[in-house]
Design a protein around this ligand. Sequence first.
Ligand code: N01
Length: 532
Amino acid sequence: MVAEKKFDVVVVGAGFGGMYMLHKLLGLGFNATIVEAASGVGGTWWWNRYPGARCDVESLEYSYSFSDELQQEWEWSQKFSEGAEILQYANHVADRFGLRNHINFNTKINSVTYDESDHIWTLKTLNGETYKANYCVMATGTLSDPNEPKFNGLHDYQGDWYMTGKWPHEGVDFKGKTVGIIGTGSSAVQAIPVIAKDAKHLTVFQRTANYSIPANQQVLPPEEVAEVKANYSQIRQDARLDQAGIGRRNRAESRIFEVSPEEREAEFQKRWDKGGTGFTAAYKDILETDEANSVAAEFVKRQIKKIVKDPEVAELLCPTNTIGCKRLCADTEYFETYNRDNVNLIDINQNPIEGLYQKGIRTENQDFEFDIVIFAIGFDAMTGALKAMNIVGKDGVELNKKWEDGPITYLGLTVSGFPNLFTITGPGSPSVLSNMITSIEQHVEWISECINYMHEQQKVEIDADIQSEEDWGEHVEDVASATLRYGCNSWYVGANVPGKRRIFMPYAGGIPKYNEKCDEVATNGYKGFTLV
Ligand code: N01
């Protein structure tokens, strides 16, 4: 019989959200713990160890700001950090702030139930343990529930297969191997150039061509690091005032047709050469109007055609949707890779995949033999990890049932009927449309202040009002529908998961407006919530 463990707060997940949440709660004197399914910290970076994995937000900004000592002492080596370096940083944070002893690794939650008589959440784990807590914080990540491949014949396939989102920690040796990869999203765009260099042959199966901007990866110049470190506090403040939570983003004030064609060509070229996803911030209206968007999109397509030597392959690689509608990728020699003799591209719209067979992938027109197949097919984004935990709130209402028609939240932080439970970067918050760490820090600070307020005021339950939740849901929908992101079949709207209700999940109104609303709610005694 395993004893029950009782805490003030149980945090689920030891990624960047969970670790800062734990640090904050311990600092306030709460009895808090983390439960984590993995055997180490780092969340997304613990799982996504595919070749080429790196962050598309610059290292100097994709890092915690809460401790000046930490940001001054940590040395990032490259402009965009590799996954392994981010994982080292996560481990450093866990050790530096003494978090490790408060984390229960290899502990996967499979039910979370609220008892309204004593206002206690009960979390049960797969290995039969029970945790009880007054508050529960879900720091379970937004892209943490990878889509399992559901292709016909997968079990007949006798080669090795891997998912980018659950990459083996010992690595995969591609030398001398024939490899097939399904998917051309951010994960594949990063993995393909690296795998192509090692493999005997690589075949890429593309359903939708993707826009990608070169990362222009480089070793961080010491003078840039010194300048950022000298101005960190201003940069971090600016990040909280930037739409996407990036302090040094050069966001243009003008609209695209206010400048001459020569001027915008030069601006796009400058941003292409600089590298990274700041490309779509060149003009205010790129994500607002089709006309503006197509000018930016055409620039990128011209670059693809300049890079890729085979005109047919180049044409296939040119996206047909609006730029920025799906998450923009940042790459290192992605398009150049298609000039290699050992790489070919299959358009599965013309030649659909029927499934796998003993030796590889079978399409309508051809059988492909592979030693290794890689599924880079994305995630059940934003809701997958939460739904997998079987969360049951007041009156026995299941979160999965409540969210059947799409996730609805108050501020992306709470769900009505699920009191004392918070989500970090949940649906309805800027989350994946922002620098995740900027958003995580704001959420953690809001949640810890809220829990502290509850404690000081001797309150035992906080629950979002249904009306506030509905109003927020409408607002999230309104701001999303005003952007071009609303229109295409992206994981932002759940279109990549068959049967998932189409709803724009992140908050597209930008960080400043969002933070202002959160602050207003808190300073008005948690307006829109009922406190018991
Ligand atoms: O997943 P994706 P991802 N048959 O969903 C295709 C973050 N991230 O893991 O577009 C054939 O973007 C699918 O095709 P389509 C980042 O936010 C960040 O690559 O649906 N193909 C698509 O091409 C990113 O956006 C970094 O038509 C199928 C691909 O698989 C998010 O994670 C690095 C298919 C999936 O692309 C997800 O990226 C990596 C099927 N049945 C990831 N199902 C950073 O740099 C899906 N596809 C921080």
